[in-house]
Write a protein that binds this ligand. Structure first.
Ligand code: FEO
Length: 163
């Protein structure tokens, strides 16, 4: 049986993952407004992935016979300045999510909760990938600079992301 302290922290993580989904959806909407439907598509897929992360934790809590408690999701910003700024914010956001997952792991270790440690292993690996992807896209934006043709091709490329 999972300890309440651990279940509470996992419930908070559900909220963070749902906020991530909401944030990426807001970024997608902003990019649509900028005429960048490919980049918007990439962010919409990411928003769906984040909801999937929340659902993984939700299902884990249910499997542990723990109560799922959903809290209010904060409103994300509507304006992000520039498309490059969007991905700089994605990277910073993912770094905060990584820190949050690591805190959860530390708690599971402290509480000798081996099941939750095993469960969180997937998230630790996922965060390595999430940060690397965001970093790579930020680098692409740096290469493109103010070249609108480069932005056009980047938009096309990110629009290829599968669901
Ligand atoms: Fe659910 Fe992008 O971390």
């Amino acid at each position: 049986m999972i300890k309440k302290k651990v279940a509470d922290a996992l419930n908070e993580q559900i909220n963070k993952e749902l906020y991530s989904s909401y944030l990426y959806l807001a970024m997608a909407a902003y990019c649509h407004g900028e005429g960048l439907s490919g980049i918007a598509h990439w962010l919409e897929v990411q928003a769906e992935e984040e909801r999937g992360h929340a659902m993984k934790i939700y299902r884990y809590l249910v499997s542990q016979n723990a109560r799922v408690q959903l809290a209010a999701i904060s409103a994300p910003p509507a304006d992000f300045g520039t498309p490059r700024r969007v991905f700089e914010e994605v990277l910073v956001h993912e770094q905060t999510v990584t820190a949050s997952i690591h805190h959860l792991m530390e708690l599971a270790v402290k509480e000798s909760d081996y099941a939750t440690q095993g469960f969180l292993g997937w998230f630790v690996s996922e965060q390595i990938e999430e940060e690397a992807t965001a970093q790579e896209i930020v680098q692409r934006f740096k290469l493109v600079g103010s070249d609108s043709r480069g932005l056009y091709w980047l938009d096309r490329e990110l629009g290829q992301r599968g669901r």
